[in-house]
Design a protein around this ligand. Structure first.
Ligand SMILES: *[C@@H]1O[C@H](CO)[C@@H](O)[C@H](O)[C@H]1NC(C)=O
Ligand SMILES: *[C@@H]1O[C@H](CO)[C@@H](O)[C@H](O)[C@H]1NC(C)=O
Ligand SMILES: *[C@@H]1O[C@H](CO)[C@@H](O)[C@H](O)[C@H]1NC(C)=O
Length: 423
């Protein structure tokens, strides 16, 4: 650690000052450069006219300055289209044979899902941007039917939940309460899947959107996510001792914070290690002053970072995903000493600035800590809900792409697909 004081201090301060001054010059230069380049106006477009009306990625350009930018954008586009096209982010992947199964009773975006044996419990989610679900649907992998609908507590979040199971109890923490880009709740619940009875758990110190959540060594861990404004990444990490659906403590304990925050990550415990995979910094926010908390797009950075905790003290960073991937919190299964991750969203298209969905199936090998791309989905989709039963990999719900040539998001779906997986 740097020591302050001592006889060399003045010289040190001079040096420090020089470094700070240099940094300042670089920053100012960077700012001037940015404000004279089109990239800054495309950034400001997030802050001005862009809003989501139908969960689509509409990019509105209103002002005269915006129109100029658009003209510039089009010529850039023509120039660069040789190198970048609609499918630019797709990775080479083997074809898998997919079979369409029974559609879920309702479409869902940003829902949650937990598999227990042959049942996939599917919770909450947006039906449309103005309507959210507050119930559970169950898919039975044995007879491939939907059924068993029951209600969630009405105080429970409707999207962006953290969720984990011990095989009987399902722990559901925090998340967004209500449609559009409304505020979060810090209330937490636990479901006994045998009796379908819900109980409340101690609230989180502060609410989060889509935090990484998992049960590890007898404690329910909650970390990262977005803070109360829905945009700023949270780094905090808390845990609560739980057993058989009951909290053994009155309050959440502080744990080692995660090096990188943000929502929509896969959080997996395998071989007694805690993994946090992918995610993003930033998210849509409520438009200031909007009475319906209308969602408007903000700057987002998607990443493929992989963090692992094995001692509870220090995070280790492992090989990142083959590409940045977010919206994968319920899009994974553990299979044959590997983690399979399905779909998601990657970095926005550099030219169109549209959101780009992911259509690959990834495998993270827990022995070698390396990644492979093991297949392609029937289409690209985000916030999909995944299960595995009897040799079949299933996914249902989420928001899918506009078609093979347009990876930007369009329809919120409830369809269910499966493929026979051989690793
Ligand atoms: C678009 O890009 C992909 C990946 O780089 C490439 O395989 C494909 O041929 C390109 N398509 C067109 C029409 O240029
Ligand atoms: C799931 O389907 C199997 C096969 O039809 C059936 O035996 C079982 O009772 C079903 N489970 C539930 C919870 O409905
Ligand atoms: C997992 O490994 C077992 C044993 O090697 C094998 O029989 C099985 O097919 C594998 N599962 C998948 C999905 O490939």
């Amino acid at each position: 650690m740097a020591k302050f004081g001592g006889k060399h201090t003045p010289r040190k301060y001079v040096f420090l000052f020089a470094v700070v001054a240099l940094l300042g010059i670089v920053l100012v230069a960077d700012f001037l450069w940015a404000s004279s380049s089109p990239s800054s106006s495309s950034f400001s477009r997030y802050w001005s006219t862009t809003s989501v009306s139908s969960l689509d990625n509409v990019i509105g350009v209103g002002s005269a300055k915006g129109k100029q930018t658009k003209g510039k954008l089009n010529s850039d586009k023509a120039k660069i289209s040789k190198y970048l096209n609609a499918t630019f982010a797709d990775l080479p992947a083997p074809q898998l044979e997919w079979e369409e199964m029974a559609e879920a009773p309702v479409p869902r975006l940003d829902g949650a899902a937990i598999q227990i044996e042959n049942l996939l419990y599917v919770f909450a989610g947006y039906g449309t941007i103005d309507y959210v679900h507050s119930h559970v649907d169950i898919y039975n992998f044995s007879d491939n039917t939907w059924g068993g609908r029951f209600d969630m507590p009405k105080e429970m979040a409707n999207s962006h939940l953290g969720m984990a199971t011990d095989g009987r109890y399902i722990y559901a923490v925090t998340g967004q309460f209500g449609p559009q880009c409304r505020g979060p709740t810090n209330r937490n619940f636990v479901l006994d899947t045998e009796t379908k009875v819900w109980h409340e758990l101690p609230p989180l110190p502060v609410p989060r959107y889509a935090p990484a959540t998992q049960l590890w060594r007898g404690r329910l861990h909650v970390m990262g996510g977005s803070k109360e404004d829905r945009h700023e990444p949270g780094l905090e990490h808390w845990s609560l001792a739980v057993k058989d659906g009951k909290a053994l403590e009155k309050e959440w304990q502080n744990e080692i914070s995660i090096p990188r925050g943000g929502p929509h990550r896969a959080c997996v415990v395998a071989n007694d290690k805690l993994y946090v995979i992918g995610g993003q910094e930033g998210d849509f926010m409520a438009k200031p002053g909007s009475p319906i908390f209308k969602c408007s797009r903000r700057h987002e950075v998607v990443y493929g970072d992989v963090y692992m905790l094995d001692d509870g003290i220090q995070w280790k960073q492992l090989t990142p995903m083959p590409k940045p991937d977010s919206h994968i919190e319920f899009a994974w299964v553990i299979l044959n000493n590997s983690i399979i991750i399905v779909g998601g969203t990657t970095e926005k298209h550099p030219i169109t600035k549209k959101m780009v969905l992911v259509g690959e199936v990834f495998q993270f090998h827990l022995d070698t800590l390396t990644w492979s791309v093991i297949g392609r989905m029937p289409f690209r989709i985000k916030t999909t809900l995944v299960g595995f039963w009897d040799g079949w990999l299933y996914f249902t719900s989420g928001q899918r792409d506009r078609g093979p040539d347009d990876p930007s998001p369009k329809k919120v779906v409830g369809c269910m697909w499966r493929t026979k997986l051989r690793l």
